[in-house]
Write a protein that binds this ligand. Structure first.
Ligand code: THU
Length: 129
């Protein structure tokens, strides 16, 4: 996908489906897979706070559960262009490898682009222990 606007648009739509009654901070994400499919995710919060799940992990896990093998790009949308949390960076590293990660505000005309290694430069890697 030369133009990532569709991936970001799907993340923006997913942000609108977030369930964030505790934080009031809806997050949307979307992954593009090798087969060309896009899987959205949104944060889903729980009254038992640790069981909340981030938007990025919902999108990544949904694509894996659907049988996708290779994630090629990830987009994240928040109201302020917030960066992914450390837990999600670890999951991105393990499940996506080195991919482009687009971070955008909800109506942001200039999304920022990062790579996995920029966001997690010294990863924990169980395979290398
Ligand atoms: N959140 C995400 O969905 N992704 C992140 O990378 C950071 C945080 C969610 C979790 C929680 O529902 C809300 O944002 C506030 O922390």
């Amino acid at each position: 996908m030369a133009d990532h606007s569709e991936l970001i648009e799907q993340a923006r739509l997913a942000q609108g489906r977030a369930r964030a009654p505790h934080s009031g901070y809806p997050v949307g994400a979307a992954v593009l897979t090798e087969s060309g499919n896009i899987y959205p995710g949104c944060n889903i919060e729980s009254g038992a706070f640790p069981t909340t799940i981030c938007a990025e992990r919902v999108a990544i896990f949904a694509s894996i559960a659907a049988g996708e093998k290779n994630i090629q790009a990830l987009a994240i949308v928040t109201r302020d262009g917030g960066m992914p949390c450390g837990a999600c960076r670890q999951v991105i590293y393990e499940q996506c490898g080195e991919i482009p990660i687009y971070v955008a505000g909800t109506d942001d005309p200039n999304p920022k682009a990062f790579t996995t290694s920029q966001l997690l430069p010294f990863p924990f890697d169980f395979q290398q222990l």
